[in-house]
Design a protein around this ligand. Sequence first.
Ligand code: DGJ
Length: 713
Amino acid sequence: MARIDVDPGRGLFLLSTMRTSHVVRVTSTPEAEDALVGTYTGPLVDLDAAADIAALDVPDWRGFESTLDGREEYPVAGGVRFGQPALAVRHPDGVRSVEWRFAGHRVTDEAGGHTLELDFADAAYPLRVTVAYRVHDGGDVVERWANVTNDGDGAAIELHRFDSGALPLPRRDAYRLSHLFGRWGAETQLQRLPDVAVGETVLTSRRGTTSHQANPWFAIDDGTATETRGEVVSGALAWSGSWRIVVRRTENGRAQVLAGFGHEAFGPYRLAPGETLTTPVFAHLWTDGGFGGASREWHAYARSHVLPRADEVRPVLYNSWEATGFDLDQPSQERLAERAADLGAELFVVDDGWFGSRTSDHAGLGDWHVNRERFPDGLGPLIERVHELGMAFGIWVEPEMVNPDSELYRAHPDWVYHFQNRTRHEMRNQLVLNLARRDVADWIYEQLHRLLAENDIAFVKWDMNRPFTEAGWPGDADNPDRLWLDHVHNLYRVWDRLRTAHPDVAIESCSGGGARIDFGILARADQVWTSDNTDASDRLVIQHGFSQLYPARAMTCWVTDVPNFLTTRDVSLRYRFHAAMTGVLGIGGDLSQWAPTDLAQARELVAEYKRIRTVVQLGTQYRLSAPGTGLTAVQYTSADGAHTVLFAFLEGGRFGERPAPVRLAALDAAARYRVSGDGVEERELSGAALFGHGLPLDLRGDHASVLVHVERV
Ligand code: DGJ
């Protein structure tokens, strides 16, 4: 059970999860402002220990310095502070400083969770801030966010920075930073920087969307954590627009992480009288279970508190994009659907090119009516055929975008982000619709609502294929930069409305592959498209990064054709399937070209996936060996521990060199397990042997793979 304990006399607030505590303290500085200091993040403590720690945590003061820098949970720009503020404001009279007083706290106990709200009010201006925390029963993630209110009735207050919060890290001699960078076709690449620079390290997206280039997540350890043990503090921001995470290491050896929406040069946001603005959730956790332990905590959090319908097992899908590109029509889709159904696919998804004049990426985006040359009687007959074949039907859309060559743009050229006197730069021949406008957001909702109401559609793949440029909204000069936030808020609103109106429809978040994967979108997405790179070997690297915080249950993976269109790599069908079976399996190859032997093998592998998918999607994941080591091995174990599946992939094998036996995790040492599958001799072994010695795998050659079942007897 999680809990919140408060000691008002000592200004202590103790947030406890199942195994960890996070302590914050309200202090009065000699300069007579109140400050919210982060006192402790680590294993469980009680209030007395928290008070001891607070007494030990004395500020570093050596002259020319602040007593607060690096120690606060919500540093404001104002008073004696020189670090990055979480809150920076400018009042109408030009004052650019916050001096606030603690105004009280509230603890709310809800079913399954507990919330602490701490109120601060500016002494001289009508500015009120609430810093909020939530802990859930079960799991070790602490969520936080902030509200800022303009209590005045006069003018707007400019917000120059408004972060979700700051997390002072436990003091260590070194701070190794793990983060995810990427690019199109190579998202979620894990990088570990041995020691964070003294100064500020900025992880950010300035693109209006989460981005391929960086993901709003980090993990920090002192350089000694491994996959299986060691202390790790990890954080993630639940936001799908521009964002910024700053890892600050002070000259005095402290480190602190600030996270919030909006990039560096965004703003100011003009907070109108009476208005309250709420930040996205910044969540963090502490574990001594190493990087693997941190990931499993994130996965459990995502499944318990973020993903909708997380207990539902996702179907095997077929998507026609790589098979047909823009060249599609009803007969060719039906032929693919027949083959897909024969392989065991349960969901058939028509991708780009079914609407308007969308026969290439040059035209038609925005015109959400069926292309009658391609589908003379609408989508109905294809959907019917797909249903006859025993599959559900899904469809691709990209509603936030418009091609200038479209009916929509000709009718509403002012509906896109743009600046007067400036070029409207196209990327992929398209412009971004101004979703910050309520009328545009409503129009988008209506398009989708109509599509879903008129057709029996079970799945929507919502794509977004370019970042923002010229993010302007002429005519909205009084608050021009609020569009960065309002775009995302309205996007969430449209998705939430769609989910309410069409509760049985699942939504996949896609953005040119994986540019919109974050806990904000995952709160309303059933799954995400991980990457346009479907090369199985590259995918193992991308999926390794993805798995640092996102669960396999949300990770869509397709088996596609070889040679791979991006990498030209040619690997076996079994290897491609195995790589895709570690998440939500999909097939994306041109089935009209698959040989009968491939189709037969695929049929078997789809059937095998269906037998294990509950374990993969809803079980617990252990990364036994990472890509880049020669052998990639991932284990999934069912909640009751009875069924484990092990996937192992050999990158390049040499004669006489056999990988070391793979040591399985989390088995009961005293129990016996039946081991079967590829590359192993079928037999019974004890849990102790499977961990203590490990399982020798017969893996040979380049890009060999096995799938092993380990079942408790
Ligand atoms: C980008 C997506 O990531 C692809 O899967 C595909 O849907 C294309 N867009 C279609 O334009």
